[in-house]
Design a protein around this ligand. Sequence first.
Ligand SMILES: NC(=O)c1ccc[n+]([C@@H]2O[C@H](COP(=O)([O-])OP(=O)(O)OC[C@H]3O[C@@H](n4cnc5c(N)ncnc54)[C@H](OP(=O)(O)O)[C@@H]3O)[C@@H](O)[C@H]2O)c1
Length: 326
Amino acid sequence: MQAWICTAYGPPEVLALREVEKPNPQAGEILVRIVATTVNSGDVRVRAASVPRGMRLLVRLALGWSRPRQPVLGTELSGIVEAAGETVTKFRPGDEVFAFPGVKMGCHAEYRILKENERVFLKPKTLSFAEAASLSFGGSTALHFMRKANLARGEKLLVIGASGAVGSAIVQIAKHIGAEVTCVTSGPNGDLVRSLGASRVIDYRNEDFKSERESYHVIAECTGVHTFSDCRHVLKPGGRFLGIAAGLPDMVAMLWSKAVYGKRIVAGPAEESSPLVQQIGEWAEAGIFKPVIDRSFPFQAMREAHDYVDRGRKRGSVVIEVTPRS
Ligand SMILES: NC(=O)c1ccc[n+]([C@@H]2O[C@H](COP(=O)([O-])OP(=O)(O)OC[C@H]3O[C@@H](n4cnc5c(N)ncnc54)[C@H](OP(=O)(O)O)[C@@H]3O)[C@@H](O)[C@H]2O)c1
Protein backbone atom coordinates (compact mmCIF):
# COMPACT_ATOMS: atom_id res chain seq x y z
CA MET A 1 0.00 0.00 0.00
CA GLN A 2 1.03 3.63 -0.33
CA ALA A 3 1.55 6.00 2.58
CA TRP A 4 2.89 9.54 2.95
CA ILE A 5 6.03 9.43 5.11
CA CYS A 6 7.25 12.48 7.03
CA THR A 7 11.02 12.08 6.53
CA ALA A 8 12.08 15.05 8.72
CA TYR A 9 10.62 18.12 10.42
CA GLY A 10 10.22 20.88 7.84
CA PRO A 11 8.17 22.26 4.93
CA PRO A 12 5.70 20.13 2.92
CA GLU A 13 8.62 18.87 0.77
CA VAL A 14 9.72 16.59 3.65
CA LEU A 15 6.68 14.42 2.84
CA ALA A 16 7.40 11.46 0.55
CA LEU A 17 4.91 9.01 -0.98
CA ARG A 18 6.28 5.50 -0.35
CA GLU A 19 5.24 1.90 -0.83
CA VAL A 20 4.93 0.23 2.60
CA GLU A 21 3.71 -3.16 3.76
CA LYS A 22 -0.05 -3.55 4.03
CA PRO A 23 -0.82 -4.64 7.61
CA ASN A 24 -2.95 -7.61 8.68
CA PRO A 25 -5.53 -7.21 11.44
CA GLN A 26 -4.80 -9.15 14.65
CA ALA A 27 -7.36 -10.22 17.26
CA GLY A 28 -9.65 -7.31 18.16
CA GLU A 29 -8.50 -5.23 15.17
CA ILE A 30 -10.00 -4.20 11.84
CA LEU A 31 -8.29 -3.22 8.59
CA VAL A 32 -9.90 -0.13 7.06
CA ARG A 33 -9.48 0.98 3.45
CA ILE A 34 -9.32 4.74 3.84
CA VAL A 35 -11.67 6.73 1.61
CA ALA A 36 -11.08 10.18 3.11
CA THR A 37 -8.80 11.79 5.67
CA THR A 38 -7.89 15.38 6.52
CA VAL A 39 -4.85 17.63 6.78
CA ASN A 40 -5.45 19.69 9.90
CA SER A 41 -3.61 22.12 12.14
CA GLY A 42 -2.27 19.18 14.18
CA ASP A 43 -0.71 17.55 11.11
CA VAL A 44 1.08 20.68 9.97
CA ARG A 45 2.24 21.45 13.53
CA VAL A 46 3.85 17.98 13.77
CA ARG A 47 5.34 18.10 10.26
CA ALA A 48 6.85 21.56 10.82
CA ALA A 49 7.62 21.00 14.54
CA SER A 50 5.78 24.29 15.03
CA VAL A 51 4.34 24.32 18.53
CA PRO A 52 2.88 26.86 20.99
CA ARG A 53 5.25 28.96 23.10
CA GLY A 54 7.38 27.04 25.58
CA MET A 55 6.35 23.60 24.27
CA ARG A 56 9.22 22.88 21.85
CA LEU A 57 11.34 20.63 24.09
CA LEU A 58 8.39 18.72 25.53
CA VAL A 59 6.86 18.12 22.11
CA ARG A 60 10.12 16.89 20.56
CA LEU A 61 10.62 14.50 23.47
CA ALA A 62 7.07 13.22 22.98
CA LEU A 63 6.96 13.04 19.18
CA GLY A 64 10.56 12.29 18.18
CA TRP A 65 13.74 14.36 18.28
CA SER A 66 14.79 14.84 14.62
CA ARG A 67 11.64 13.55 12.88
CA PRO A 68 8.27 12.22 13.99
CA ARG A 69 8.53 8.74 15.53
CA GLN A 70 5.18 7.99 13.82
CA PRO A 71 6.17 8.84 10.23
CA VAL A 72 2.63 8.65 8.80
CA LEU A 73 0.63 11.72 9.81
CA GLY A 74 -3.18 12.09 9.70
CA THR A 75 -5.39 12.06 12.79
CA GLU A 76 -8.84 11.15 11.40
CA LEU A 77 -10.36 9.03 8.65
CA SER A 78 -13.43 7.53 7.09
CA GLY A 79 -13.41 4.34 5.09
CA ILE A 80 -14.62 0.80 4.55
CA VAL A 81 -13.75 -2.21 6.69
CA GLU A 82 -11.80 -4.61 4.47
CA ALA A 83 -11.00 -7.32 7.02
CA ALA A 84 -11.67 -8.09 10.68
CA GLY A 85 -9.36 -10.01 13.03
CA GLU A 86 -10.46 -12.82 15.34
CA THR A 87 -12.77 -11.85 18.22
CA VAL A 88 -14.02 -8.70 16.45
CA THR A 89 -17.74 -8.38 17.12
CA LYS A 90 -18.63 -4.75 16.33
CA PHE A 91 -17.68 -4.55 12.65
CA ARG A 92 -17.82 -6.68 9.52
CA PRO A 93 -16.11 -6.35 6.14
CA GLY A 94 -18.03 -3.80 4.06
CA ASP A 95 -19.04 -1.61 7.02
CA GLU A 96 -18.56 2.13 6.44
CA VAL A 97 -16.80 3.70 9.44
CA PHE A 98 -15.14 6.87 10.71
CA ALA A 99 -12.34 6.98 13.26
CA PHE A 100 -10.11 9.29 15.26
CA PRO A 101 -6.68 7.79 16.01
CA GLY A 102 -5.73 11.33 17.13
CA VAL A 103 -2.11 11.70 18.25
CA LYS A 104 -1.43 8.10 17.18
CA MET A 105 -1.98 9.38 13.62
CA GLY A 106 -1.28 7.05 10.65
CA CYS A 107 -4.26 8.09 8.47
CA HIS A 108 -2.32 9.55 5.50
CA ALA A 109 -2.20 6.11 3.92
CA GLU A 110 -4.36 3.79 1.84
CA TYR A 111 -5.11 1.52 4.82
CA ARG A 112 -5.00 1.70 8.62
CA ILE A 113 -5.39 -0.90 11.32
CA LEU A 114 -7.74 0.12 14.15
CA LYS A 115 -8.66 -1.51 17.45
CA GLU A 116 -12.41 -2.13 17.28
CA ASN A 117 -12.92 -0.40 20.66
CA GLU A 118 -10.74 2.65 20.05
CA ARG A 119 -12.57 5.69 18.69
CA VAL A 120 -14.06 3.95 15.61
CA PHE A 121 -17.77 4.07 14.80
CA LEU A 122 -20.18 3.31 11.97
CA LYS A 123 -20.36 6.27 9.60
CA PRO A 124 -23.60 8.24 9.97
CA LYS A 125 -25.61 7.35 6.84
CA THR A 126 -26.50 10.98 6.19
CA LEU A 127 -22.83 12.00 5.90
CA SER A 128 -20.48 11.71 2.93
CA PHE A 129 -17.08 10.10 3.50
CA ALA A 130 -15.50 13.57 3.33
CA GLU A 131 -17.84 14.87 6.05
CA ALA A 132 -17.34 11.80 8.23
CA ALA A 133 -13.56 12.15 7.98
CA SER A 134 -13.88 15.78 9.13
CA LEU A 135 -15.93 15.14 12.28
CA SER A 136 -13.44 14.23 14.94
CA PHE A 137 -10.43 16.56 15.17
CA GLY A 138 -12.38 19.83 15.34
CA GLY A 139 -15.55 18.32 16.81
CA SER A 140 -14.10 16.35 19.71
CA THR A 141 -11.61 19.11 20.61
CA ALA A 142 -14.46 21.61 20.68
CA LEU A 143 -16.64 19.33 22.80
CA HIS A 144 -13.80 18.68 25.28
CA PHE A 145 -13.30 22.42 25.86
CA MET A 146 -17.03 23.20 25.94
CA ARG A 147 -17.52 20.59 28.67
CA LYS A 148 -14.58 21.95 30.68
CA ALA A 149 -16.09 25.44 30.36
CA ASN A 150 -19.48 24.24 31.59
CA LEU A 151 -21.11 26.69 29.18
CA ALA A 152 -24.75 27.22 30.12
CA ARG A 153 -27.84 28.27 28.17
CA GLY A 154 -28.04 32.07 27.88
CA GLU A 155 -24.35 32.65 28.67
CA LYS A 156 -22.27 34.88 26.40
CA LEU A 157 -19.42 33.22 24.50
CA LEU A 158 -16.68 34.88 22.42
CA VAL A 159 -15.00 32.59 19.86
CA ILE A 160 -11.69 33.89 18.47
CA GLY A 161 -10.75 32.07 15.26
CA ALA A 162 -14.32 30.89 14.70
CA SER A 163 -13.85 29.85 11.06
CA GLY A 164 -11.25 27.12 11.72
CA ALA A 165 -11.95 23.43 12.34
CA VAL A 166 -12.16 23.83 16.13
CA GLY A 167 -13.80 27.27 16.15
CA SER A 168 -16.55 26.31 13.68
CA ALA A 169 -17.37 23.27 15.85
CA ILE A 170 -17.41 25.37 19.06
CA VAL A 171 -19.88 27.81 17.49
CA GLN A 172 -22.27 24.97 16.56
CA ILE A 173 -22.03 23.25 19.96
CA ALA A 174 -22.55 26.56 21.79
CA LYS A 175 -25.59 27.31 19.63
CA HIS A 176 -26.97 23.86 20.48
CA ILE A 177 -26.45 24.58 24.20
CA GLY A 178 -28.34 27.87 23.76
CA ALA A 179 -25.48 30.30 24.41
CA GLU A 180 -25.24 33.73 22.81
CA VAL A 181 -22.26 33.55 20.43
CA THR A 182 -20.00 36.37 19.21
CA CYS A 183 -17.27 35.45 16.72
CA VAL A 184 -13.96 37.11 15.93
CA THR A 185 -12.97 36.45 12.32
CA SER A 186 -11.92 38.27 9.17
CA GLY A 187 -14.70 39.91 7.12
CA PRO A 188 -14.96 37.27 4.37
CA ASN A 189 -15.75 34.59 6.99
CA GLY A 190 -18.55 36.60 8.61
CA ASP A 191 -21.32 34.92 6.61
CA LEU A 192 -19.96 31.44 7.40
CA VAL A 193 -19.91 31.94 11.18
CA ARG A 194 -23.34 33.63 11.12
CA SER A 195 -24.71 30.58 9.27
CA LEU A 196 -23.27 28.37 12.05
CA GLY A 197 -24.98 30.33 14.81
CA ALA A 198 -23.10 33.55 15.60
CA SER A 199 -25.40 36.40 16.56
CA ARG A 200 -22.60 38.98 16.27
CA VAL A 201 -19.37 39.05 14.25
CA ILE A 202 -16.27 41.12 15.02
CA ASP A 203 -13.98 41.62 12.00
CA TYR A 204 -10.56 41.66 13.65
CA ARG A 205 -9.16 43.79 10.81
CA ASN A 206 -11.42 46.74 11.74
CA GLU A 207 -12.38 46.22 15.36
CA ASP A 208 -10.56 45.08 18.52
CA PHE A 209 -12.58 42.88 20.90
CA LYS A 210 -10.08 43.84 23.62
CA SER A 211 -11.66 47.31 23.83
CA GLU A 212 -14.66 45.63 25.58
CA ARG A 213 -14.86 45.12 29.39
CA GLU A 214 -16.43 42.23 31.31
CA SER A 215 -18.62 41.26 28.34
CA TYR A 216 -18.39 37.45 28.13
CA HIS A 217 -18.81 34.46 30.45
CA VAL A 218 -16.48 32.35 28.29
CA ILE A 219 -13.77 33.15 25.72
CA ALA A 220 -12.66 30.35 23.37
CA GLU A 221 -9.30 31.41 21.93
CA CYS A 222 -8.52 29.19 18.90
CA THR A 223 -5.66 31.13 17.28
CA GLY A 224 -2.86 31.27 19.86
CA VAL A 225 -2.59 35.01 19.16
CA HIS A 226 -4.16 36.21 22.45
CA THR A 227 -3.18 35.08 25.96
CA PHE A 228 -5.26 35.04 29.14
CA SER A 229 -3.65 38.27 30.32
CA ASP A 230 -4.55 39.96 26.99
CA CYS A 231 -8.20 38.93 27.42
CA ARG A 232 -9.00 38.66 31.13
CA HIS A 233 -10.55 42.16 31.40
CA VAL A 234 -12.98 41.13 28.61
CA LEU A 235 -14.29 38.23 30.76
CA LYS A 236 -17.07 38.73 33.29
CA PRO A 237 -16.23 37.94 36.95
CA GLY A 238 -16.13 34.14 37.29
CA GLY A 239 -15.47 33.83 33.54
CA ARG A 240 -13.56 31.02 31.82
CA PHE A 241 -10.76 31.39 29.25
CA LEU A 242 -10.33 28.41 26.91
CA GLY A 243 -6.75 28.56 25.62
CA ILE A 244 -7.18 25.98 22.87
CA ALA A 245 -3.87 26.93 21.24
CA ALA A 246 -2.28 28.23 24.46
CA GLY A 247 1.43 27.95 25.20
CA LEU A 248 3.16 26.94 28.43
CA PRO A 249 2.71 30.32 30.22
CA ASP A 250 -1.12 30.01 30.18
CA MET A 251 -0.92 26.32 31.15
CA VAL A 252 1.14 27.25 34.22
CA ALA A 253 -1.18 30.20 35.00
CA MET A 254 -4.08 27.71 35.20
CA LEU A 255 -2.76 26.95 38.71
CA TRP A 256 -3.49 30.42 40.14
CA SER A 257 -5.75 32.33 37.72
CA LYS A 258 -8.92 31.50 39.65
CA ALA A 259 -7.44 32.35 43.05
CA VAL A 260 -5.82 35.59 41.85
CA TYR A 261 -8.31 36.91 39.27
CA GLY A 262 -11.49 34.91 39.98
CA LYS A 263 -11.36 33.72 36.36
CA ARG A 264 -10.45 30.22 35.25
CA ILE A 265 -8.08 29.12 32.44
CA VAL A 266 -8.62 25.82 30.63
CA ALA A 267 -5.64 24.88 28.42
CA GLY A 268 -3.55 21.89 27.35
CA PRO A 269 -4.22 18.94 25.06
CA ALA A 270 -7.84 17.93 24.58
CA GLU A 271 -8.84 14.48 25.79
CA GLU A 272 -9.14 11.97 22.93
CA SER A 273 -11.94 9.69 24.04
CA SER A 274 -14.54 7.42 22.47
CA PRO A 275 -17.51 9.10 24.21
CA LEU A 276 -16.56 12.53 22.78
CA VAL A 277 -16.20 11.18 19.23
CA GLN A 278 -19.39 9.13 19.56
CA GLN A 279 -21.33 12.21 20.74
CA ILE A 280 -20.09 14.23 17.75
CA GLY A 281 -21.12 11.41 15.39
CA GLU A 282 -24.59 11.25 16.96
CA TRP A 283 -25.02 15.03 16.68
CA ALA A 284 -23.93 14.86 13.03
CA GLU A 285 -26.50 12.12 12.35
CA ALA A 286 -29.20 14.20 14.06
CA GLY A 287 -28.28 17.32 12.03
CA ILE A 288 -27.10 19.23 15.12
CA PHE A 289 -23.46 19.36 13.97
CA LYS A 290 -22.16 19.63 10.41
CA PRO A 291 -18.43 19.77 9.76
CA VAL A 292 -17.36 22.71 7.60
CA ILE A 293 -15.30 21.61 4.59
CA ASP A 294 -13.05 24.11 2.89
CA ARG A 295 -11.81 22.04 -0.07
CA SER A 296 -10.57 18.58 -1.04
CA PHE A 297 -7.29 17.40 -2.53
CA PRO A 298 -6.47 14.02 -4.14
CA PHE A 299 -4.17 11.70 -2.13
CA GLN A 300 -1.30 12.40 -4.53
CA ALA A 301 -1.53 16.15 -3.74
CA MET A 302 -0.71 15.77 -0.02
CA ARG A 303 2.13 18.32 -0.18
CA GLU A 304 -0.16 20.91 -1.81
CA ALA A 305 -2.75 20.28 0.92
CA HIS A 306 -0.11 20.85 3.63
CA ASP A 307 1.01 24.02 1.88
CA TYR A 308 -2.60 25.26 1.87
CA VAL A 309 -3.14 24.47 5.57
CA ASP A 310 0.24 26.05 6.46
CA ARG A 311 -1.17 29.43 5.40
CA GLY A 312 -3.50 29.38 8.43
CA ARG A 313 -6.54 30.62 6.49
CA LYS A 314 -8.52 27.42 5.93
CA ARG A 315 -12.23 27.36 6.79
CA GLY A 316 -13.11 24.19 8.73
CA SER A 317 -11.44 21.08 7.33
CA VAL A 318 -9.23 20.27 4.35
CA VAL A 319 -10.06 16.80 3.05
CA ILE A 320 -7.80 14.27 1.28
CA GLU A 321 -9.65 11.88 -1.03
CA VAL A 322 -7.99 8.48 -1.14
CA THR A 323 -9.15 6.66 -4.27
CA PRO A 324 -8.13 3.00 -4.61
CA ARG A 325 -5.56 2.15 -7.28
CA SER A 326 -6.93 -0.25 -9.87
N1 LIG B 1 -5.56 21.88 22.73
C1 LIG B 1 -5.75 20.92 21.83
O1 LIG B 1 -5.83 19.72 22.13
C2 LIG B 1 -5.91 21.31 20.38
C3 LIG B 1 -6.60 20.44 19.50
C4 LIG B 1 -6.79 20.86 18.20
C5 LIG B 1 -6.26 22.07 17.77
N2 LIG B 1 -5.56 22.84 18.63
C6 LIG B 1 -4.99 24.14 18.22
O2 LIG B 1 -6.08 25.02 18.08
C7 LIG B 1 -5.80 25.97 17.05
C8 LIG B 1 -6.98 26.00 16.09
O3 LIG B 1 -7.03 24.79 15.39
P1 LIG B 1 -7.87 24.68 14.04
O4 LIG B 1 -7.66 23.31 13.52
O5 LIG B 1 -9.24 25.16 14.25
O6 LIG B 1 -7.08 25.73 13.13
P2 LIG B 1 -7.38 26.13 11.63
O7 LIG B 1 -8.58 25.42 11.13
O8 LIG B 1 -6.11 26.00 10.86
O9 LIG B 1 -7.71 27.72 11.78
C9 LIG B 1 -7.73 28.49 10.65
C10 LIG B 1 -8.67 29.67 10.87
O10 LIG B 1 -8.10 30.55 11.86
C11 LIG B 1 -8.55 31.87 11.55
N3 LIG B 1 -7.62 32.86 12.09
C12 LIG B 1 -6.29 32.94 11.88
N4 LIG B 1 -5.78 34.01 12.54
C13 LIG B 1 -6.84 34.60 13.18
C14 LIG B 1 -6.96 35.73 14.04
N5 LIG B 1 -5.90 36.48 14.37
N6 LIG B 1 -8.18 36.03 14.53
C15 LIG B 1 -9.26 35.30 14.21
N7 LIG B 1 -9.20 34.21 13.38
C16 LIG B 1 -8.00 33.87 12.88
C17 LIG B 1 -8.59 31.91 10.04
O11 LIG B 1 -9.63 32.77 9.65
P3 LIG B 1 -9.30 34.16 8.91
O12 LIG B 1 -8.80 33.77 7.55
O13 LIG B 1 -10.62 34.84 8.93
O14 LIG B 1 -8.25 34.85 9.72
C18 LIG B 1 -8.88 30.46 9.62
O15 LIG B 1 -10.21 30.25 9.16
C19 LIG B 1 -4.49 25.54 16.41
O16 LIG B 1 -3.44 26.33 16.95
C20 LIG B 1 -4.31 24.09 16.85
O17 LIG B 1 -2.96 23.70 16.94
C21 LIG B 1 -5.38 22.50 19.93
